[in-house]
Design a protein around this ligand. Structure first.
Ligand SMILES: *[C@@H]1O[C@H](CO)[C@@H](O)[C@H](O)[C@H]1NC(C)=O
Ligand SMILES: *[C@@H]1O[C@H](CO)[C@@H](O)[C@H](O)[C@H]1NC(C)=O
Ligand SMILES: *[C@@H]1O[C@H](CO)[C@@H](O)[C@H](O)[C@H]1NC(C)=O
Ligand SMILES: *[C@@H]1O[C@H](CO)[C@@H](O)[C@H](O)[C@H]1NC(C)=O
Ligand SMILES: *[C@@H]1O[C@H](CO)[C@@H](O)[C@H](O)[C@H]1NC(C)=O
Length: 376
């Protein structure tokens, strides 16, 4: 029995790997300008425009990824709200591409051509290119035969952040472009993760602070209170689960067929206006100088029958700049398309409060109370 237990533990250590992820806003200045941008979204604007789920201003956590043989180095956003991998191509002549590492398939001996044209439509405008196949190395694991997009057209300055070159989607195959690989699933298929077909995101709750991690093939047991509760997925598209209810200070908001999507690519708590308007109506105006945080109500999000409390410290976004704190609400209403009616996106403010396991093998999401790096 002892030997058996030791075997399991060693197996776990060998198969799971934790890699650090970094916030796009790694200087106080960048964090602050992002914060101001969100603060300036007027409600009216959000009511009128659909906020794309993969919103590049909001996508926050990136890390490194190698493509090809010998490996070419990229930084990519890890986005649980989409499913594709793309990086800029050396054949991209948009000025944005010149600010980034670009993929040169001619320099890779493991490249296999495909050439199928592909377009991704995002909130900030579309990008396009074609599919290619190559070996991807992620967290030290080699993943052969990944079909991904090399982009030849990336108009617009929104893509110009020098923090990341591309995107690595971590949602389900059904959201991926036709013929494209979901990289995590390809990694699992190599056997490198053993039988553990899951990954976990731990995000620190302080901007700019190191310590956020993505674990492939398991989770770290020292980052939460280990009070894991699992929730079955409603569909294998987004990481979409049932939202049983939301209440603010005990007052229940109403909505039929409410859903939640767990999305590492969204900073805040964005939701369909009919839901979020009811929540924000119950929350007094948040003073910019943060002086009334303590008097604000808790918001309780009920998933299946578990209550996840967000205190004002969790849902108010707080930024320290030039020696003072500034606060803004983490709740934003948007007009979602009809298939996402009454949906709430649980973004990074939620994930930093509740350490999240994305379990592809069992088609479920698990949350545990995160050990937070600060309680201010
Ligand atoms: C890739 O880039 C990252 C970040 O700059 C660096 O830490 C890593 O060592 C590089 N890896 C390779 C194989 O060049
Ligand atoms: C990858 O594709 C090549 C041909 O393109 C094939 O020979 C090889 O078996 C494939 N490897 C895996 C692991 O699928
Ligand atoms: C493997 O995945 C499950 C999710 O089903 C997780 O709860 C379990 O603890 C993981 N194992 C390791 C070693 O992390
Ligand atoms: C958690 O444990 C891992 C080893 O499993 C270690 O590398 C890491 O530093 C620990 N993190 C914290 C916050 O204690
Ligand atoms: C809000 O939730 C926290 C954590 O669960 C709890 O300690 C606090 O008493 C709650 N506040 C109110 C006003 O219910």
């Amino acid at each position: 029995m002892k030997a058996f237990v030791a075997f399991i533990v060693i197996g776990a250590v060998l198969s799971a790997i934790t890699i650090p992820v970094y916030s796009v806003y790694d200087t106080p200045e960048l964090a602050y300008s992002h914060f101001k941008k969100i603060q300036s979204y007027s409600k009216k604007f959000l009511q009128m425009s659909d906020v794309a789920l993969t919103n590049f201003e909001d996508a926050q956590y990136y890390g490194s990824l190698l493509i090809g043989t010998p490996p070419q180095n990229f930084t990519v956003l890890f986005d649980s709200g989409s499913s594709d991998l793309w990086v800029p191509s050396v054949y991209c002549y948009s000025s944005t591409c010149r600010l980034h590492h670009t993929y040169n398939h001619q320099k890779s001996t493991s490249y296999v051509s495909n050439g199928k044209k592909v377009t991704f439509d995002y909130g900030q405008g579309g990008v396009s290119g074609y599919l290619s196949q190559d070996t991807v190395t992620w967290g030290g694991y080699k993943i052969p035969n990944v079909t991904f997009a090399e982009l030849t057209n990336m108009p617009g300055s929104e893509w110009g952040s020098d923090k990341f070159d591309g995107l690595l989607g971590m949602a389900w195959q059904s959201l991926a472009c036709n013929g494209c690989s979901v990289v995590f699933q390809k990694l699992y298929a190599t056997g490198a993760l053993g039988t553990n077909n899951s990954f976990a995101f731990y995000l620190t709750n302080v901007d700019n602070k190191a310590g956020s991690t993505l674990t492939l093939g398991g989770y770290e047991s020292n980052l939460s209170q280990n009070d894991w509760v699992w929730h079955p997925l409603l569909s294998q598209t987004y990481w979409q689960i049932k939202l049983s209810g939301v209440s603010v200070n005990g007052k229940a908001i109403t909505g039929t067929n409410m859903k939640a999507i767990v999305d590492t690519g969204t900073s805040i708590l964005v939701g369909d206006a009919p839901i979020v308007d009811q929540i924000t109506k119950e929350i007094p105006e948040i003073k910019t100088d943060c002086s009334n945080i303590k008097s604000l109500p808790n918001v309780t999000i009920t998933i299946d029958s578990t209550n996840y409390v967000l205190t004002p410290q969790n849902y108010v976004w707080k930024i320290f700049q030039d020696g003072i704190y500034e606060c803004t609400s983490g709740w934003q209403a948007a007009n979602f398309p009809s298939e996402l009616a009454n949906t709430l996106i649980l973004g990074d403010l939620f994930i930093s409060t509740y350490y999240t396991q994305f379990d592809m093998g069992n088609k479920r999401v698990g949350f545990a109370t995160a050990i937070q790096s600060s309680s201010t």
